[in-house]
Design a protein around this ligand. Structure first.
Ligand SMILES: [Zn+2]
Ligand SMILES: [Zn+2]
Length: 235
């Protein structure tokens, strides 16, 4: 069955995410826009996933717990997990593997943790956009060790993408899927990087603001609309 997806969204926990981008608002907006399955992927943290998954359960839309990991090379990599438990364990591990730099709210913005009804329950103190100590060579294996999967983010972007940082993608990275923006012209990339032809290509919005969430259009073929089925399909 085909399900409409967006597997790269930020909440108010990301310092660059809008304050209105609460788990409650973004999941309900996704529902209104016609999505069946979305992933919450804040920078280096999964701490708003419990709220988002709960809102999803109430709204009748599948929310995959995830994270946009910033590797040591400053390459953004989306990590997705079948269960909240996996995601939260991964999140705790990553928190121990990011530099001890405090977030300056004046410069970067707040990093808010909320419950499923928009109540602010906490703030992340460490700056979440900092590069972690995890290498791009280890990201896929690490996500897999925690039961999940990972794919390199926004390959056609001029910054924080594996192609902009390294210039190439190689099989030893262990990625089976890759993400482009909606406007990328794929044949151009496949010609330069033939490895992409054997990978599942996803296109996600990477929205940080409610108004930047596009109407659902692209679909993924899954036996059922669940995080587990999605991760199996991407592996
Ligand atoms: Zn990114
Ligand atoms: Zn992002």
């Amino acid at each position: 069955m085909n399900f409409k997806y967006d597997l790269h969204l930020h909440s108010c926990l990301s310092p660059c995410g809008d304050r209105d981008m609460t788990p409650y608002n973004l999941v309900n907006m996704a529902k209104l826009l016609g999505y069946d399955i979305i992933a919450l992927t804040d920078h280096n943290s999964c701490l708003n996933c419990p709220a988002a998954v709960e809102v999803g359960r109430k709204a009748g839309i599948t929310v995959v717990p995830g994270m946009e990991l910033c590797t040591a090379e400053e390459i953004h990599t989306v990590c997705l997990f079948p269960e909240l438990e996996n995601a939260l364990e991964f999140s705790a591990y990553i928190r121990r593997n990011i530099p001890d730099i405090k977030n300056d709210e004046e410069i970067f913005g707040e990093q808010l943790i909320t419950d499923s009804e928009d109540n602010v329950t906490g703030k992340e103190e460490l700056l979440l956009t900092a590069a972690s100590f995890i290498s791009i060579d280890d990201a896929a294996k690490l996500a897999s060790d925690f039961g999940g999967t990972a794919f390199p983010a926004h390959l056609d972007r001029a910054s924080y993408s594996v192609l902009s940082v390294l210039g190439f993608i190689y099989p030893e990275m262990g990625f089976t899927a890759a993400e482009f923006t909606h406007k990328a012209y794929l044949p151009q990339y496949e010609e330069m990087h033939p490895l992409l032809k054997n990978m599942k290509i996803l296109r996600n919005s990477d929205a940080h603001y409610l108004e930047n969430m596009p109407e659902a259009s692209l679909t993924v073929d899954l036996p059922e609309c669940s995080a587990k089925a999605l991760i199996n399909a991407l592996k």
